[in-house]
Design a protein around this ligand. Sequence first.
Ligand code: AMP
Length: 192
Amino acid sequence: MLNLVLFGPPGAGKGTQAESLGAKYNLHHISTGDVFRYNIKNETDLGKLAKSFMDQGKLVPDEVTIDMLGAEVSKHAKCHGFIFDGFPRTVSQAKALDALLLKKGTKVSGMFSLEVPEAELKTRLMSRAKVSGRADDADPKVIQNRIDVYNSETAPVKDFYTDQGKYNGIDGVGSIDAIFDRLCTAIDKLNS
Ligand code: AMP
């Protein structure tokens, strides 16, 4: 199995790239943010709980997120591999993902971190808000909170994968196609 973690701050372009990578490498794409938004739209209990955190730009608690991710992985047990987009976002989640994949007899193949300067992230998120309709993209205070949470809680996940020799930093500035090519070059090195 090929299991990729696509990592990066909010607005780095993870969703766009994960979709194209999923198609190219025949991987099932799991975006935890999308799963939460689907649950919010359908007014499930999970959606109601997630909304209270997402509206403030906070992380949904680990236990809830890890259980949800486990259920998504189980639904697609027969796929060729996964691309995880927006997960893991804490070191606890990264450890839980390792344990989950180990139970399935597989592991994370590599982690690809899109690196984008903070000023560019803010510009991208504000312009995405016009088309995404996402409340958490439209409010500068919530954007700042998401970036702060990324720096304090999520960025340490880089060290976790660096220690495993799985961290790949990718320049996330440029055209969508250019960034896609950089990602593919790094992914193709996994098997060479
Ligand atoms: P995203 O679509 O990845 O930008 O995520 C939107 C929001 O969903 C985040 O700001 C968090 O509130 C929540 N979320 C998504 N993925 C996770 C995760 N792995 N852990 C905790 N919260 C998450």
